[in-house]
Ligand binder design. Structure first.
Ligand SMILES: CC(C)(COP(=O)(O)OP(=O)(O)OC[C@H]1O[C@@H](n2cnc3c(N)ncnc32)[C@H](O)[C@@H]1OP(=O)(O)O)[C@@H](O)C(=O)NCCC(=O)NCCS
Length: 208
């Protein structure tokens, strides 16, 4: 995709480090002091569940300004089936370009490509204020529960969008986060040291 100086394409091997730095800049101090998402993608690219055809970067006037990626996972259905679905992220936009519509363009394009590949639904943890504008709803409305969440706990962070209409119609069950997302904190910390030093700050609104 290439419109008005903004291009979305598949990530190249040669720019892995640059993309990881972009993710680090974008997530830094947002959800916790520092961040580990740059290490998460570093690990996930080698995971068998990683979808190489949906590993996108966004360029503006030749500079990298965003990325998004997907992983295959399953809903463990109450009737015993494993329902193939996708999960997504990290997704990010460069800090100085947030809230200008680029994230939505990248998200909508990525979802369109995922649908073209035949995937049926996407589920993940996120903020409905952003993802709701791209057709996501609370996963509970589809009868899907988040793994390891106690009965009655707030699950409003857990979102779902069907890519094939009706894909989850006869499904209830538990969504599983792919194991690869659970990186070791000490390893993430060690990896982070290979980037330029950045100050970790405890800020209001962080969730961890
Ligand atoms: C989340 C992120 C990818 C969104 O991209 P973006 O380019 O900033 O978002 P857009 O400008 O396309 O947003 C479209 C609409 O979504 C909503 N939205 C976007 N970010 C939001 C936020 N953080 N909180 C509440 N609403 C948000 C707004 O309604 C926005 O429209 P508006 O600016 O006209 O009000 C980007 O802000 C980012 O990289 N954040 C840090 C990393 C991150 O949190 N990634 C997602 C993890 S789940």
């Amino acid at each position: 995709m290439n419109t008005n100086g903004v291009k979305i394409r598949i990530e190249n091997k040669g720019e892995y480090r640059q993309v990881e730095n972009l993710i680090r800049e974008s997530f830094w101090n947002v959800y916790r002091p520092g961040c580990s998402e740059h290490y998460v993608i570093h690990v996930l690219r080698d995971d068998p569940a990683f979808v190489k055809e949906l590993d996108f970067v966004m360029e503006k006037d030749g500079a990298l300004i965003g990325q998004n990626m997907f992983m295959k996972t399953v809903i463990e259905a109450d009737d015993g089936r494993d329902i193939d679905v996708l999960t997504m992220g990290p997704i990010c936009i460069a800090p100085e370009l947030k809230r200008r519509g680029y994230g939505k363009i990248l998200l909508d394009y990525s979802l369109e490509k995922a649908a073209e590949l035949g995937f049926g639904a996407v589920l993940f943890e996120g903020n409905i204020d952003f993802y709701g504008k791209s057709g996501f709803s609370y996963a509970r409305r589809f009868g899907i529960r988040y793994h390891d969440l106690p009965e009655g706990a707030d699950d409003s962070f857990f979102l779902c969008r069907e890519l094939i209409p009706g894909y989850l119609d006869d499904v209830t069950g538990v969504y599983q986060t792919p194991a690869g997302y659970y990186v070791d904190d000490a390893e993430a910390e060690e990896f982070d040291k290979s980037f330029p030093p950045k100050e970790k700050l405890k800020l209001p609104g962080q969730i961890f």
